[in-house]
Design a protein around this ligand. Structure first.
Ligand code: SF4
Length: 371
């Protein structure tokens, strides 16, 4: 059964494979650096979005050496908007290690690849099979769904024992494959295009006759998920601290510390409410004091932004503010600086801050038109 499934997925992959810039040679081995970058970018992100980022990345960092010698801020700027910024920081650090410890060539064993920052079991399997043609398994979300359905796995997908079983099945398939990279890609591609989470297209599926869940009519009940958990909602306040006149002078941005959420990126100083009865202005005064060691007067509300991260939903309210006491210092922040609305583009900023910047630009344009 493993061999038959592997052969069918490989044949299907050859017919169906979407044209993407890192798949220049679908029949043969690919450039390991391209595979690595594209696989890291594609985690948690749709391929249609990844394509533009990948092309820009390759223009700026065409080789692993070029990435290794880049400045981290350049790397984060190129990643801006893709989210999960630790992926970019890890790619950068790992490239430097590959240059210094592996002679600039990505290692060809799972054990060595796993020593590099940001390379986990999945990425290692993708690099080894897609770039080096090794019989090494992959298991991303799409592959998990396909395998759970093919073998009608009834245990919860979040359990370690289920995960281990899925890895074993994925390994058996790739070991039976004549073209391991193509088979792995076919497995993941089938999950993305055909064996979809909702309404799988079983009538056009190359492994329909092998699929136990489909045969039993339970495909939409697989994989078995853990009972849903509510995503917490947090309220944040951000300060647009103006040096002089709001809208016409410089404003202060601070760099987020590493490690940590959005580490290395620049944002308007902000903080989350620590108690339900803490008002947003008080929260903001506290957050600015903790990160920059200054007291601020909080002025008018400028913009409200909603954003969802993996583990929480945020409502971020941005206020105009002025320093009333003290000189800014990087107390809790990694760094800080004054910048202007027309200069802020050069800093890598998280999506919520980019929304605030867009609102400020709109306001500036409107006030220019009115004068
Ligand atoms: Fe998925 Fe349906 Fe194919 Fe089974 S038959 S692998 S459920 S698309």
């Amino acid at each position: 059964m493993h061999k038959q499934i592997a052969d069918r997925l490989t044949a299907w992959q050859a017919q169906q494979l979407r044209e993407l810039p890192w798949r220049r040679d679908p029949a043969g081995a690919r450039d390991a650096y391209s595979v690595w970058v594209s696989e890291v970018m594609a985690q948690q992100t749709r391929l249609s979005v990844v394509e533009a980022y990948f092309n820009r990345w390759m223009e700026q960092f065409p080789t692993l050496e070029a990435l290794a010698s880049a400045d981290q801020q350049e790397v984060l700027k190129l990643w801006e908007g893709l989210g999960y910024y630790s992926r970019a920081r890890n790619l950068h650090r790992a490239a430097q290690i590959v240059v210094s410890e592996f002679g600039g060539q990505l290692p060809r064993t799972r054990a060595e690849l796993l020593t590099l920052p940001g390379i986990g079991e999945y990425t290692a399997g993708a690099i080894l099979s897609l770039a080096f043609g090794q019989h090494e398994p992959v298991l991303d979300g799409n592959a998990k769904r396909v395998i759970s359905r093919l073998w009608d796995i009834e245990t919860r997908i979040d359990l370690r024992s289920t995960e281990n079983r899925l890895w074993r099945l994925s390994r058996k398939m790739v070991e039976a494959a004549s073209a391991p990279g193509a088979m792995n890609e076919g497995l993941m591609e089938l999950g993305a295009l055909v064996c979809r989470r909702r309404n799988p297209l079983c009538h056009g599926c190359p492994v329909q006759s092998n699929c136990l869940a489909h045969g039993r009519g339970v495909e939409e009940e697989r994989p078995v998920r853990a009972p849903g958990q509510k995503v917490p909602h947090l309220e944040f306040a951000a300060a647009i601290i103006w040096e002089d006149v709001p809208g016409q002078s410089r404003m202060l941005i601070s760099q987020r510390p590493e490690p940590g959420l959005l580490g290395g990126l620049w944002s308007f100083p902000n903080g989350a409410k620590e108690a339900d009865d803490e008002d947003l202005q008080a929260c903001l005064r506290r957050a600015v004091r903790e990160s920059l060691g200054v007291a601020v007067r909080v002025g008018e509300r400028a913009e409200t932004v909603e954003h969802t991260f993996t583990h929480f939903r945020m409502t971020l309210v941005a206020f105009h503010a002025r320093i009333t006491e003290g000189e800014p210092q990087a107390v809790g922040a990694a760094d800080w600086c004054w910048t202007r609305l027309n200069e802020i583009e050069k800093f890598p900023c998280p999506v919520p801050d980019r929304k605030i910047i867009a609102a400020l630009r709109k306001l500036a344009k409107e006030s220019q038109a009115a004068t």
